[in-house]
Design a protein around this ligand. Structure first.
Ligand SMILES: NC(=O)c1ccc[n+]([C@@H]2O[C@H](COP(=O)([O-])OP(=O)(O)OC[C@H]3O[C@@H](n4cnc5c(N)ncnc54)[C@H](O)[C@@H]3O)[C@@H](O)[C@H]2O)c1
Length: 264
């Protein structure tokens, strides 16, 4: 794998990867609709709207693998989600098929399964239960990836990212937190693995409270090293009220499960 495309490179996780993957592959092609820092050594910077199919074809040309992070990363109106996440992800897979890209990491989300209760243990076979239009769009991306593997052999790891921030921001994130270091290691495992096939991976660190079981993705070889436990005394965690009948507390998706619909 010598040229790796990262979409959403101007975003939070794109910036994390830009730093952590620097120098590990011949070329990082960094792309976003937003502004990015100029290209450094071993980098190419390409501004591109994922909703523009022709531009995405050119973007993917010459790449060996794609880390697809770009899109609307929280709930929004259907029209916004449609262009950024649904059209955008379709354009990436079509470009991959036409340009012969063999492997993709799709940044899915815990919000594709957010309406499972927190007492439910999930693995890669669990039913999708999206908690938002955003979560529906991630479910679409996962199904698209499944289809492109079965029909065209393009491998995908659909990573249902939990909460990938510097530290957990609330009690829920004690279970869903994914450290930047564990995220970057997971991305490298997906790029470097002998075989990915079609895999669903839950993106959480080795936290004490666990809702997700990654044994079905063991062939990718990712073993998270960090734990949210180091933040248990943080006032945002220790002092939080955790009302057990509040939908934001009952369901894995938290506030996304409790929120109303975003009108167009
Ligand atoms: N950070 C998390 O905890 C988390 C959790 C679950 C899923 N995810 C997913 O991981 C990915 C990265 O998350 P993030 O936290 O870095 O989000 P982010 O919002 O910081 O970054 C997303 C990037 O995508 C770009 N983008 C949006 N629409 C685009 C378009 N039409 N064309 C090109 N680029 C476009 C944005 O400009 C932005 O820079 C997203 O797909 C998100 O849904 C993240």
């Amino acid at each position: 794998m010598s040229r790796i495309l990262i979409t959403g490179a101007a975003g939070n996780l794109g910036k994390v990867l830009r730093a952590s993957l620097a120098g590990k592959y011949d070329t990082l092609r960094l792309s976003d609709v937003g502004d990015m820092d100029p290209a450094g050594p071993g980098e190419e910077v390409v501004k591109c709207d994922l909703a523009n199919a022709r531009a995405v074809q050119a973007l993917v040309d010459g790449c060996d693998a794609i880390i697809h992070l770009g899109g609307m990363s929280v709930e929004n109106t259907f029209d916004v989600i449609l262009d950024a996440n649904i059209r955008g992800t379709y354009n990436i897979y079509e470009a991959a098929r036409k340009q012969g890209v063999r492997r993709i990491l799709f940044a899915s989300s815990n919000h594709a399964i957010g309406f499972h209760t927190r007492e439910t243990q999930l693995d890669a076979r669990s039913e999708m239960r999206p908690d938002s239009m955003y979560g529906v769009s991630k479910g679409f991306g996962e199904l698209l990836a499944r289809y492109y593997f079965d029909k065209y052999g393009i491998e995908t790891a659909s990573v249902r990212i939990g909460s990938c921030f510097e530290k957990p921001r609330d009690r829920r994130m004690m279970a869903t937190w994914l450290s930047f270091r564990d995220f970057a290691a997971l991305v490298e495992c997906v790029i470097d693995a002998d075989r990915v096939g079609y895999s669903v991976v839950y993106g959480a660190s080795d936290n004490a409270e666990k809702w997700w079981d990654n044994r079905l993705a063991g062939h990718i070889g990712w073993v998270p090293q960090d734990s949210s436990q180091q933040f248990s005394d943080d006032p945002a965690i220790a002092g939080a009220v955790n009302a057990p009948t509040d939908p934001a507390v009952m369901f894995q998706g938290g506030g996304f499960a409790a929120a109303g619909h975003f009108e167009d």
